[in-house]
Design a protein around this ligand. Structure first.
Ligand SMILES: [Zn+2]
Length: 239
């Protein structure tokens, strides 16, 4: 190997290890936001130019992870890096149960990063209207933070029903990705939300906007106001 290709290899390895460390750092931040507590939630970053995908492990305290806890997959889903086994009481490393869902989202959308949050506000917003097939909100400044949307637009996010195992959501997610071509988020009733963007920066900032809007909807509902109308006026109750 000549010195030029050696230096190329070095930079590729550095990009992968830097991204693994970044996911660990971001999950520490998301923990403080209440998105990944109790080992819940997950994150993935795709390194398009290297054909590699980083994923968080399953059943691990997300705020205590380091770079070496990350799984790295090839674009076809095969393993590229498996984390080392840690001494008891740590369990053997296992990739996130979201793995097939993340791969499906990457396949159907041009995403560079995906965040799966177990935030309370993402759950509650689906419980207020238990029969709703989607979450709709308009006339809120933070809607501008969602790609392709402005203040006056109606933001529509599909809601799917929860399942006992994360992997069982695959058919519902596939269906709503087809039915809602503009969406870059899917809410799972009583469970959480998947949010993605073209980069980790886009996924993170949009995730902040989505959580803000879910929180706003819950607070407006508590105030007796209808979050889904332009005026956010009083909730009309049918007698
Ligand atoms: Zn989950």
């Amino acid at each position: 190997m000549d010195s030029h290709s050696k230096s190329g290899q070095f930079w590729k390895i550095k990009q992968v290890t830097d991204s693994m460390a970044l996911v660990a750092e971001l999950c520490g931040h998301f923990y403080k936001m209440g998105w990944v507590s109790g080992t819940g939630g997950a994150m993935s970053v795709r390194l398009h130019h290297l054909g590699l995908i980083i994923m968080t492990p399953s059943g691990v305290q997300k705020e205590r992870m380091t770079a070496e806890d990350m799984f790295v997959k090839c674009s076809d889903g095969s393993d590229f890096i498996i984390p080392p086994v840690k001494a008891s009481p740590h369990k053997p490393p296992k990739c996130s149960d979201c793995n097939p869902l993340f791969m499906k989202i990457y396949e159907m959308r041009n995403a560079g990063a995906i965040i799966h949050s177990h935030a309370m506000e993402a759950c509650l917003v689906t419980m207020i209207r238990p029969l709703s097939k989607d979450f709709r909100i308009t006339h809120m400044e933070m809607i501008k933070g969602i790609e392709g949307h402005g203040y006056y637009d109606e933001l529509i996010v599909p809601i799917i029903e929860n399942a006992a195992q994360e992997g069982e959501l695959i058919n519902s997610i596939t269906e709503v990705l087809e039915a809602y071509p503009r969406t870059n988020a899917v809410v799972v009733r009583n469970h959480g939300v998947f949010i993605w963007g073209e980069s980790w920066i886009s996924a993170k900032t949009q995730a902040e906007c989505y959580h803000y809007l879910f929180d706003a909807a819950i607070k407006l509902h508590q105030l007796g106001m209808d979050w889904s109308t332009p005026s956010h006026g009083p909730i009309k109750r049918s007698s």
